[in-house]
Design a protein around this ligand. Structure first.
Ligand code: ATP
Length: 248
């Protein structure tokens, strides 16, 4: 499988809770990390203080594989020791990415994948990491809500409402010029995955890859019209924030 020019840069993936980030990432790892002796991607495992989830099929998340599940005291101790590239409180829990897990994910020419929310994206932009930023956009706010409810991971109504509120903030951030290099609308999963895998393989605008040609736009929307409709559903952030240009 051909790798593009951006393969050597970490890929920061963000998007509202329930939009399908884990679903896309699981597919990617199933396709490209099957050969355990030659994996394409290194996944930066985040730390969190949230509880371990069990999905509707009874499958439980695994410590050190899905997340490092730690208590709040341990998390705060790591903050005090400056061990995080980014961290944030999100829907009542802490989430963070440690320097150590990113360097571990990049050994042997693997591409490091980071699953981060928008506060974390802002923090990473202040570091020297120089990643590619990808936003996964829901096809609509109502579709996002249905996914959160249908996922069957047992979140309370209160948690779902908190996640939807946070989703609006994430979309407000994504609307800003220079927030992300790529925006993929996860409407039809198969179609979204075809584009996601090209971005993950490091291909970029103007580069031809397996029949897929990225647009000439500086920031690629796989479906500008649909993303635009979702962006219109949320008002602009009251905080007037100008983002510095993204590095090509
Ligand atoms: N394109 C899609 N169409 C319909 N349902 C989808 C699509 N993509 C993912 N889903 C479903 O939406 C639900 C949420 O997906 P997932 O858990 O991958 O989201 P997430 O972005 O990783 O959430 P979190 O940030 O909370 O971990 C899952 O039940 C998944 O099967």
């Amino acid at each position: 499988m051909s790798k593009g020019v951006n393969f050597s840069r970490p890929l920061v993936i963000s998007g509202p809770s329930g939009v399908g980030k884990s679903t896309l990432l699981t597919r990617l790892l199933d396709e490209f990390n099957k050969d355990a002796s030659q994996p394409y991607f290194g996944f930066s495992v985040s730390h969190t203080t949230r509880g371990i989830r069990t999905d509707s099929k009874g499958k439980k998340e695994v410590h050190e594989q899905d997340y490092f599940f730690v208590d709040t005291d341990t998390f705060k101790d790591m903050i005090a020791k400056s061990q995080f590239i980014e961290y944030a409180e999100y829907s009542g829990n802490f989430y963070g990415t440690s320097f150590q897990t990113v360097s571990k994910a990049q050994v042997n020419d693997k591409r490091c994948l980071l699953d981060i929310e928008s506060q974390g994206v802002r923090q990473i932009k202040r570091t020297g990491l120089k990643p590619i930023y990808l936003f996964i956009c829901p096809p609509s706010l109502s579709a996002l809500e249905s996914r959160l409810r249908a996922r069957g991971t047992g979140e309370s109504e209160d948690t779902i409402q908190k996640r939807l509120k946070t989703a609006i903030k994430e979309i407000q951030y994504a609307k800003k010029p220079n927030a992300h290099h790529f925006v993929i609308v996860n409407d039809d999963l198969d179609r979204a995955y075809q584009i996601f895998r090209q971005v993950a393989l490091g291909h970029r605008k103007g580069e031809r890859a397996e029949g897929f040609e990225l647009a000439e736009d500086r920031i690629l929307f796989d479906d500008r019209e649909k993303a635009g409709l979702v962006f219109e559903q949320v008002e602009d952030d009251a905080v007037d924030e100008t983002l510095p240009p993204l590095e090509d």
